[in-house]
Design a protein around this ligand. Structure first.
Ligand SMILES: [Zn+2]
Length: 192
């Protein structure tokens, strides 16, 4: 078991330390010689007083809200929408989200104009950058309309080699396959 350090994020019931080493402070309790967290928050280890505490955060883990930029992986593409597994919330320390958040991009929210074929916009496995339109719904409603949004990494659907940008299209350098996506302007420039 990795040793708990100051700054670690814990949830209720997480083991913090043994009672031989530490005394439970705020947000911690002792049970049968072991100290556990009683809340969700950030660990504070005071090596001088030998107290281990958990500072609970009223706001809790980061939650998505309208206007947030997220990065996710396309899971499924249908006629009317694409489903996205949201992995990273951008802009706020690029934190990983604590819970799996499923998002959905409706066909009307792919482009500024009208997107015709969803299968020409996204494919399963694509990494996309998207903006949150509505976080109160499940799945979270996302948009890729805007030049900074869309696919940022994609693999060839035939041979899985990385696709290189060729004007507004993508070309597989391995098998020559030509593919289409709703691309972000910085496709494959290394920045999520
Ligand atoms: Zn290929």
């Amino acid at each position: 078991m990795a040793e708990i350090k100051t700054g670690d994020f814990v949830v209720p019931g997480d083991f913090l330390a043994t009672a031989e080493e530490f005394v439970p402070g705020d947000g911690a309790y002792e049970e049968e010689g072991k100290i556990y967290s009683s809340c969700t928050g950030v660990v504070l280890v005071d090596v001088q007083t030998k107290h281990i505490s958990v500072l609970s955060r009223a706001s809790g883990p980061p939650k998505l809200k309208r206007g947030d930029t997220v990065v996710g992986r396309v899971e499924d593409v249908r006629d009317q929408s694409a489903s996205v597994y949201i992995g990273v919330l951008k802009g706020r320390e690029n934190r990983e989200l604590p819970l799996p958040n499923m998002g959905s991009i409706h066909v009307s929210q792919v482009l500024t104009g009208y997107a015709k074929e969803m299968r020409h916009q996204f494919k399963p496995g694509d990494i996309v950058r998207a903006r949150v339109l509505d976080a109160r719904r499940e799945p979270v409603q996302l948009s890729t309309a805007g030049s900074d949004l869309g696919v940022i990494v994609a693999a060839c659907s035939r041979c899985r080699a990385p696709l290189e940008r060729e004007d507004s299209k993508l070309r597989c350098l391995q098998c020559g396959n030509l593919e289409f996506r709703k691309l972000a302007s910085d496709y494959r420039q290394g920045v999520l």
